[in-house]
Design a protein around this ligand. Sequence first.
Ligand SMILES: C[S@@+](CC[C@H](N)C(=O)[O-])C[C@H]1O[C@@H](n2cnc3c(N)ncnc32)[C@H](O)[C@@H]1O
Length: 279
Amino acid sequence: MDSNSSSSQRQNLLSIKTEHWKPPVYSRDSNIFQKIRLMLFRFLDLQARTIWRDLSGELPKVKGTALDMGCGMQPFRHMFSPEVRYIGVDTVDSKAHFGYEAPDTLYYSGKIWPLSDKKADFILCTETLEHILDPLFFLKEAFRCLKPGGRLLLTVPFAARWHFIAHDYWRYTPAGLYSLLKKAGFSSIRIFARGNQFTVVCYKIMGFIFSLIFPKSSNYFFECLCRLIGLLALPTLVISAILANLTLGKTGSVDCLGFTVFAERPQKSKKRGGRAKEN
Ligand SMILES: C[S@@+](CC[C@H](N)C(=O)[O-])C[C@H]1O[C@@H](n2cnc3c(N)ncnc32)[C@H](O)[C@@H]1O
C-alpha cells in the first residue's frame, strides 16, 4: 500500500474544527454535597488533583496583588488569603472557545495584557500557556506586569490529549519552558513534574474507559456497545484511580502528567522591563 492510499484512509486531524467535550468545572466546597463532589472529582481528575496539591502549598502564602492570568472559572481564587488583591484576567474569547465566563474577571483582546507595568506581586497561570499561540510574547507580558522580585507560578499539561480543539497549540518540555522563561527575563526557574510514568499509564487507562462510557458516535448500536464495555470496565477505572493516587506521593519523573513551574522577576533586570514588542 503506498503512502497516498494509506493516508486517504486516515483522518486528517485538521478536519476536526471543534469538540463538544469540556472539562468539568470545579466548584467551591461550601456544603457537604459539594465537598463530596469535589473529593470525587479530584480523585478521578489527576491533572486537577496534582495542580491543586502544588498550589495549596503556595497560594496561601502570597501577599499583595495576585494576578490570575487565563483564570477561566477562577477555581483557585479561594486559596489566596482574603487580604490578597486578586485580579482575574482572561481573553474575550474565553466563553466562545472554552465555555468559561466568570463574574469579576477582566476580559481583554489582543496580545497586550490589560495591566500596567510592575503591578503584580504574584502571577498565577494554570493550564493556559498551551493555549497561547505566541508563548514568548505572553511570558514577556508576565515579566512586564510583575514587580521586581515578584513570582510567577505556572502549570502546563504534558501527557494530556489534544483538548479544547482547535485552541490547544503546544506541549512543552522542561527545556522548552526554561528557554522561553529565560528569554522573557525570568530567573530562579524551577520546574517540577506532576506524577510519573505509572500515574500517566493509569491516567490514560481512565481516559480510555471514560471515552467508552461517553462515546461520540453517530451509530446508535456502536454507542450502546461502547457504553456496555465501558460500564463493565468500571472496576478497572476505580483500581486505576486508586493506584494513580497512590503514585502521587512518589517523586515525579520525566514522563509525567504535567509540569509546575516557579520563576521570578529578578530585583535588578537587564533592560527587559518594558512592554514586549509585537512582532
Ligand atoms: C484550560 S483553561 C484553564 C483555566 C484556569 N486557569 C484553570 O486552571 O481552570 C485555559 C484558559 O486559558 C485562557 N486563554 C486562552 N487564550 C488566552 C489569552 N490569549 N490570554 C489569556 N487567557 C487565555 C482561556 O480563556 C481559558 O480560561
